[in-house]
Design a protein around this ligand. Structure first.
Ligand code: SF4
Ligand code: SF4
Length: 349
């Protein structure tokens, strides 16, 4: 890894170099009813729209790499033969400017499933290979527990990562193309004082975490508490709406539909993202539903994140972004659910 520092005035020049591509970044989306500023990832058309000091985005990046609905292939009947047309839906490189460490870690986790060696997903991989990622340091919010999940800093999966030192940015550079971009602006190697400031910023960030999740032996505790009453209690609150999976950066479950047009000459295979909390998620042919109760579905979402994925990859599938808790109309949050399974009340450490 290489390091550089550059003045904040140079950020616009960096943006202009990259703006020959599409740019996606955090932009303002107004305020909520409490006048709290809202942000979300969207296409950026002007440098002034880019809000690098954003708190958190409502949604993750998922709509750009795992769209809610995606045509996987289409078919046309020609002279009694079906012609198949596969479209990976990745047309141009996209610059993702301003991702927090948790969201980059989420992509790294998705890669393990969707871009792994055994069953790579070509639609996901095509979009993933077209990403140029600039990370940016964040300020922990009251709902962030990424530190507990080991996702508050990131070591790979980005091209460049920027840390705000006050008047300048400290850039960690991981790719040759990021290094090339920086050659177009005024930057230099960091000195001793900037190394020191970089470490101070990291320490200041640590002090700002107020939300913690005790993950000690969590997989074993989940095994022990599989039949615990708390799952029923949370299940009674859950509306089975699937919002948590919609906003989650690491939920990737999907369904595939095949539809034939009324003219019987065109057909399409379509993928749509799904949620394990939805009532028919585990329904199979013949109408049997393996998880007819909301508490079973909610429980399995937690077991996938904190038990099954850990067994497969030795890490949790949750990055602690807190989006699911913020979006849940029933106020179901990961820290509270896990604290209750551990037999603790409350979660603020
Ligand atoms: S946990 Fe909340 S967001 Fe998720 S399905 Fe239940 S009610 Fe909806
Ligand atoms: S489960 Fe919730 S806190 Fe964890 S990554 Fe998904 S949205 Fe974020």
């Amino acid at each position: 890894m290489l390091f550089r520092v550059f003045s904040k005035n140079e950020l616009k020049n960096l943006y202009d170099i990259l703006a020959v591509n599409h740019i996606v970044g955090p932009v303002s989306k107004g305020c909520n009813k409490n006048s709290t500023a809202l942000y979300d990832f969207d296409f950026v058309y002007d440098f002034e729209e880019l809000q690098l000091e954003y708190s958190a985005t409502i949604h993750s990046l998922k709509r750009f790499i795992l769209p809610a609905k995606e045509t996987l292939c289409s078919f046309t009947l020609q002279k009694n033969n079906w012609q198949k047309h596969v479209e990976l839906n990745a047309y141009k490189p996209i610059v993702y400017f301003g991702l927090h460490a948790c969201d980059i870690n989420a992509l790294n986790k998705l890669d393990k499933v969707l871009a792994g060696k055994i069953y790579p997903d070509p639609y996901y991989a095509a979009k993933r290979n077209n990403m140029f990622i600039i990370g940016v340091g964040c300020t922990p919010q009251p709902f962030c527990f990424c530190h507990s999940m080991g996702a508050d800093s990131v070591l790979h999966g980005f091209d460049m990562f920027l840390t705000d030192l006050g008047d300048s940015y400290f850039a960690e550079i991981l790719s040759a193309r990021a290094f090339e971009c920086l050659s177009g602006i005024t930057c230099r190697e960091p000195g001793k004082s900037e190394h020191q400031r970089f470490l101070e910023v990291a320490q200041e960030k640590m002090k700002r975490f107020t939300c913690h999740v005790d993950t000690t032996d969590l997989t074993k505790i989940l095994d022990l508490e599989f039949q615990a009453d708390v799952w029923r209690e949370w299940g009674e609150k859950c509306l089975s709406c699937g919002t948590c999976a919609n906003v989650c950066p690491t939920c990737y479950c999907y369904g595939v539909e095949e539809n034939v047009d009324l003219d019987m000459r065109h057909a399409a295979k379509t993928r749509h993202l799904y949620s394990c909390n939805l009532i028919d998620f585990a329904e199979v042919a013949g109408g049997h539903n393996f998880r007819p109760h909301s508490h079973d579905r909610l429980k399995y979402r937690y077991y996938h994140k904190h038990r099954g994925f850990v067994e497969a990859f030795e890490e949790s599938l949750c990055v602690g972004c807190g989006r699911c808790g913020n979006a849940c109309l029933a106020n179901i949050t990961v820290p509270e659910v896990i604290a209750s399974v551990r037999g603790k009340e409350g979660y603020h450490g």
